[in-house]
Design a protein around this ligand. Structure first.
Ligand code: ATP
Length: 252
């Protein structure tokens, strides 16, 4: 049986420092994730129940996956990334058993963050017409293990999920995510922070006007800004290649 990949905390290659802006979200995650995973003994029930489900929602490319990885690293938690596509492609035919194995594994390597990317495709509308029987089983199995966590206060497992389509999730699922955090498009000030973070370790023209660039990039996500910077970084390389080509042709 193929096991989902576990990334131990110390091997996670994203830190909070790599993420520009999103300060409030980082803070909320720290509060919601760190303590319950590190000190479950403080969460004795009643109002102090550990949070078992957090949903990050918002447009693609706004840093949801990065946030999930960085918080796992900070919390010293193992990171297991699952999505419907990994489950169906790798696990087809043994779906339910594998969902069970996922939770057993998560417990073994705990504290653990199970990150469900594109959660809408895995745990979306329960009664969708024509829904594949296998998908329904995966969903039910996942939910029953997840619910099981609520009754085990000492278990240090948290489900963190991301979606671009929160409206495709039904009530029952939304309710299980005790906290839902919107990761929206960055405004002008946050675009400036993201650009500064992305370029922090690069050689940059000292005349670069970050303010102007952030004003010019309205509607860009963090991922779009990253692409913009990568494209810009290629420019001198492209120019060099062009010059070498001219030199080569001159030889002929
Ligand atoms: P999707 O919904 O498509 O999975 P996502 O919201 O999970 O997107 P990420 O995968 O976290 O987005 O971000 C994509 C890439 O964009 C990151 O690898 C990173 O390079 C860049 N990026 C996004 N947001 C930020 C940010 N706030 N600071 C720095 N880089 C960012």
């Amino acid at each position: 049986r193929i096991r989902p990949e576990v990334i131990p905390a110390e091997e996670i290659n994203v830190t909070f420092e790599d993420i520009g802006a999103l300060d409030d979200i980082k803070e909320s995650l720290q509060e919601l994730v760190m303590l319950p995973l590190r000190r479950p003994d403080l969460f004795t029930g009643g109002l102090l129940k550990p949070c078992r489900g957090i949903l990050l929602f918002g447009p693609p490319g706004t840093g949801k996956t990065m946030l999930a990885k960085a918080i796992a690293r900070e919390a010293g938690a193992s990171f297991i990334n699952v999505s419907m596509s990994t489950i169906t492609s790798k696990w087809f035919g043994e779906d339910e058993k594998n969902v069970r194995a996922l939770f057993t594994l998560a417990s073994k390597v705990s504290p653990t963050i199970i990150f469900v990317d594109e959660v809408d495709s895995m745990l979306g509308q329960r009664t969708r017409v024509g829904e594949h029987e296998a998908m329904r089983k995966i969903k039910n199995e996942f939910m029953s293990h997840w619910d099981g966590l609520m009754t085990k206060p000492g278990e240090r497992i948290l489900v963190l999920a991301a979606t671009n389509r929160p409206f495709d999730l039904d009530e029952a699922i939304i309710r299980r995510f005790e906290r839902r955090i919107m990761v929206g498009l960055p405004g002008v000030e946050n675009r400036e922070k993201i650009l500064k973070t992305l370029l922090a370790k690069e050689k940059v023209d000292e005349n670069l006007d970050y303010k102007e660039l952030s004003m010019m990039t309205e509607g860009y996500t963090g991922s779009d800004l990253k692409n913009l910077c990568t494209t810009a970084a290629y420019r001198p390389v492209r120019e060099l290649i062009q010059q070498e080509r001219i030199k080569d042709t001159a030889k002929w």
